[in-house]
Design a protein around this ligand. Structure first.
Ligand code: AMP
Length: 379
């Protein structure tokens, strides 16, 4: 399978080649022709599978094919659970959009920042990536109409539901005309099923599961360690292993701050990424981390959702997530796009039972590595 056989226009093929995408990932091979043909889609695929390109490429092509008189009204709406994901998708779409012969207006809107600039930004937008709450605010202020939307994409739909966006989602759906709907999710829970029944007409089902081979290889390591020794062990692993880019997950914002501070105190460049930090600080931390200026990013689940960092080699669970699906999402940050990654879990005795439950849900069992004998003084 190659990109030229999928029905993409020459300018999109050029854009794809410039990104050094040599061949389509499985999700792209299946989704692109179907989306071009106007079909609904249900795709079970993790971040890292190449799902962004699987909908952005065909949707940009469709937008580009529209007569000029139909442009500058919102035709494609992408709903996402977090600001980071919104920015990331917009970034990708804009980069690809630059290769098109006709200029399309592509914007991302999300909460946590002033609404006024966004009210201007959405004027005449062709493709909008939005978090649900902010989208409704903009509609409420008459900055935007949804009546011409031809395609709705729900990205990380399972997460949208998990994060309690179902009320906003219903309000938005009520405002939309009949349309093509594309639903992407990492896991298929019960609530997702009701969305599928409600929204999709004869969808093409693409199921790449949680262990799809195109996402590369992830080695999981589980270190048994007491809660007090987690900090020293983390610093030991980073320093001894010479890890240069590490994403660490904690369960609370406060812990994220503490872990980051301690890393800094021990001479490692680190920042916390969570919902209490300003949007500016979050963007900067993420950018620095992506560019390799920051060695460690300590994040809560919400803040890190959907973060796409090319070739991220190390993910550490400083604490366990509540749900097995979050565990899958977290470790899915690494080993992406055919690279090998390591997911490390620091497991305290009091977390063992919970971890066993996660393992049971995921149908796996990992060896525990004992750390009692490890000399951590000075770390
Ligand atoms: P996504 O699942 O959309 O977050 O994409 C994961 C990563 O895979 C991103 O860094 C993409 O740039 C990269 N990617 C997507 N499609 C391809 C492809 N066909 N070939 C190589 N890399 C790709």
């Amino acid at each position: 399978m190659s990109f030229p056989t999928l029905g993409l226009s020459p300018s999109l093929l050029e854009a794809v080649a410039a990104r050094q995408f040599e061949a389509p990932f499985p999700i792209q091979a299946q989704a692109i022709p179907a989306i071009l043909a106007g079909r609904d889609i249900l795709a079970l695929a993790r971040t890292g599978s190449g799902k962004t390109a699987s909908f952005i490429l065909p949707l940009l092509q469709r937008l580009q094919e529209q007569p000029a008189s139909e442009r500058r009204v919102l035709k494609v709406l992408v709903l996402v659970p977090t600001r980071e994901l919104a920015m990331q998708i917009a970034d990708f779409a804009q980069t690809i959009g630059n290769y098109l012969p006709t200029r399309l207006k592509i914007r991302a809107v999300y909460g946590g920042v002033a609404i006024n600039p966004q009210m201007t930004a959405v004027n005449g937008v062709d493709l909008l990536i939005a978090t649900p709450g902010r989208l409704l605010d903009l509609v409420g202020k008459n900055a935007l109409q949804l009546t011409a939307v031809e395609t709705l994409v729900l990205d990380e739909a399972d997460r949208l539901l998990d994060l309690g966006f179902s009320e906003e989602l219903n309000k938005i759906l009520f405002l939309l005309p009949p349309r093509q709907t594309l639903l992407f999710a990492a896991t298929a829970g019960e609530s997702l099923q009701s969305l599928v029944t409600l929204l999709l007409r004869d969808p093409l089902r693409i199921d790449l599961g949680a262990t799809s081979s195109e996402t590369g290889q992830i080695t999981q390591k589980i270190y048994s360690v007491s809660a007090e020794r987690k900090g020293p062990l983390l610093r030991y692993l980073i320093k001894k292993g010479g890890w240069q880019q590490v994403l660490v997950f904690t369960s609370t914002k406060r812990r994220a701050d503490n872990v980051a501070k301690k890393l800094v105190d021990h001479g490692l460049s680190a920042e916390a990424l969570h919902g209490d930090r300003t949007q500016g600080a979050r963007i900067k931390a993420l950018a620095d981390f992506k560019q390799g200026k920051l060695r460690v990013l300590v994040a809560t689940d919400l803040a890190s959702r959907g973060i796409d960092i090319e070739g991220l080699p190390y993910v550490v669970n400083y604490e366990l997530p509540r749900a097995a699906s979050d565990y899958t999402h977290r470790i899915g940050r690494t080993g992406r796009a055919q690279l090998i990654g390591q997911a490390i879990t620091l497991l305290a005795p009091e977390e063992c039972e919970h971890f066993q439950m996660i393992e049971k849900k995921l149908g796996q069992r990992c060896e525990r590595i004992a750390t009692d004998d490890l000399e951590l003084t000075g770390y």
